[in-house]
Design a protein around this ligand. Structure first.
Ligand code: CAA
Length: 285
């Protein structure tokens, strides 16, 4: 069934969305990327072309493959172009009002059989599913940053998702080279419920001046062999995303270990979001 997909839609072409488009296109799917306006579309396309250019220069793909991948991509500002999409992944900002707008539209535009997947990391998939008339066909398909590199895809089922939908989403994940892990819809799912409180603890260690940011990061990379330290990882993930995950964990479980570090909240308020804003715990300007 998945191999018969003629068109995959990706709505939202930020860091995650652009990476998701790349992953699908490199796996051979025809992908339509949708953004809200021309500026956002150009930024998403630019991100993707840069990433594909890097893959080409590192000889991970040939000139021919590069051309074929680009040939499978379509970009548009019109969601209506997903009227014949077989599978859609939403990767828009983590606000329920924006998700509502997108899912109401997708539910109206896409054929009744189309599975609507969300890449949300901090909202409830159940709440998103309930925005549609096809909650049985709404599933979480949660990627990790950088999407073209990280191998995990969490498949998030809700009380309303049918086993058939989970099965298709898992098959999709395998077809794009990811390892699917089926999880239930709870705050943080599994990976973020483990990872983000760890990042938050590192922020507290920095805030309480246990050590410098470099020393805190080195304490993990050199001790435990992680590819990057927690403060560098926070900058990669986005401090706003980390804060949103901490807040939903707190909201759902009310456990002290889920209280966001005050510094994390202040940095987000100050617009220091990490790599995407040019400055977080480190400077990228
Ligand atoms: N897009 C595509 N490819 C990328 C990339 C990107 N943004 N960033 C790195 N890569 C590729 C590089 O091209 C390189 O590929 P080759 O080895 O084939 O040449 C490979 O990844 C390694 O990259 P680098 O040599 O530049 O750098 P590195 O060795 O330091 O690796 C890293 C970079 C892959 C990001 C690595 O540091 C890492 O795995 N870090 C941990 C990332 C992580 O934990 N992500 C999960 C965050 S949680 C999340 O995302 C969920 C959420 O909802 C919040």
């Amino acid at each position: 069934m998945v191999q018969e997909f003629k068109k995959v839609g990706v709505v939202g072409l930020g860091t995650m969305g652009a990476g998701i488009v790349e992953v699908f296109a490199r796996a051979g799917f025809s992908v339509t990327g949708v953004e809200i306006d021309d500026g956002a579309l150009d930024r998403g396309r630019g991100h993707l072309e840069k990433s594909l250019g890097r893959a080409l220069s590192k000889q991970k793909i040939t000139e021919e493959e590069h051309g074929a991948i680009l040939g499978r991509l379509t970009f548009t500002t019109s969601r209506e172009e997903l009227a014949d999409a077989d599978f859609v992944v939403e990767a828009v900002p983590e606000r329920i009002d924006i998700k509502r707008d997108v899912f109401t539209d997708l539910d109206r535009i896409c054929p009744p059989g189309t599975i609507l997947a969300t890449n949300t990391s901090s909202l409830s998939v159940t709440e998103i599913a309930a925005l549609t008339n096809r909650p049985d066909k709404v599933v979480g398909l949660h990627f990790f940053n950088p999407a073209p590199v990280m191998k995990l895809a969490e498949i998030v089922g809700t009380v309303l998702t049918t086993p058939g939908t989970i099965e298709v989403a898992s098959e999709v994940a395998k077809r794009i080279g990811k390892t699917p892990v089926v999880v239930t819809d709870r705050a943080g799912f599994v990976a973020n419920a483990l990872l983000v409180p760890y990042i938050n603890d590192a922020v507290k260690a920095y805030e309480y001046k246990y050590a410098s940011r470099e020393e805190i990061d080195a304490s993990v990379t050199k001790a435990a062999g992680f590819p990057m330290g927690p403060l560098t990882l926070a900058d990669l993930v986005g401090l706003d995303v980390c804060l949103a995950v901490m807040d939903v964990l707190w909201e759902e479980f009310r456990e002290p270990r889920y209280v966001a570090a005050p510094l994390l909240r202040r940095m987000v308020a100050a617009g220091l979001l990490g790599r995407k804003s040019g400055r977080g715990f480190y400077d990228y300007s």
